[in-house]
Design a protein around this ligand. Sequence first.
Ligand SMILES: [Zn+2]
Length: 328
Amino acid sequence: MSFSQIVGHQQQLEIVRRALNHGRLHHAYLFVGMEGVGKKTIALGLAKAIHCSAAAGDFCGECADCARIQDGNHADVRIIEPLAGKKEISIQQIRELEKELNFRSFSGKKKIAILDPATLMNLSAQNALLKTLEEPPRDSLLILIAANGGALLPTLRSRCLRISFGSLARDLISGFLVSRKGLAAETAEFLAAMSLGSLGAVVSIDTQELLERRREWVRLISGLRAGDYRAATDAAEVLADSKDDSLRFLEWIESWFRDLLVYSVTQNQQAVVNVDMLPQIQQQSATADCERLFSRIAEAKAAVGGIQRNLNRRMVIEDLLLNTVEAS
Ligand SMILES: [Zn+2]
């Protein structure tokens, strides 16, 4: 792998690479952006490019230095995250880090620390890190990774050069899935849409399982007839089995209702998320009522919030499905 194989974020990469090539890297960066868009990949890429023994201004991904950085075993590159079984990055970890950053580099190159996610530092850890940032050790580079910089002390943020990472465009993700994961275009398109702009979300999904489950969901939803409250109740019981599954189902059904709405208004298949289910979408959208679909989309969103707040899953899903089968 090299910089050119990183998906998206061309502007951000340009900033980092130019600084690297001109020897003008800042001593601390704050990489901000939603989960799974590639912040850590780019942070590791930068660390590799600094230490890679095979490529100049870039990284090969294969030399001993690159491999050690990837595995978290490089003497000059530390990845700081909560210790096993802990929820926070502690002040102790930051104090140890500061000590290490003050040692001479083993390789004669930069000593690097990647804090991921930096937002898990508790207040005392953040204050300790602030001291390090106020007097950065020579040839050190800190990269703080955060989904939302707001959880960090303003004084800490102000000492870092902030680089923001947006969500990835759908075609970038589907292109990645086709060219590097060998997925069929339709599957890639669906997963890209389900990813909501996060490559990390897609990579961690078991594709086959999700597609199989989605087929079940479509069967189930398509099979619900107006007035069949019993079927809706039974379905809710199955769908509420686990929290993750419930959330995934609700995220999917929101995309399904939206597809029906968008297709019934525009007849544009490009705008549809569940593109490989187009025949079902065409059929169901023909008789769809836009007002009702708007309500269902809002309810699905609210249901996600309810389940995240640990409301009774079966009741939340049941409400949504009962509204779906309610005779108009
Ligand atoms: Zn290398």
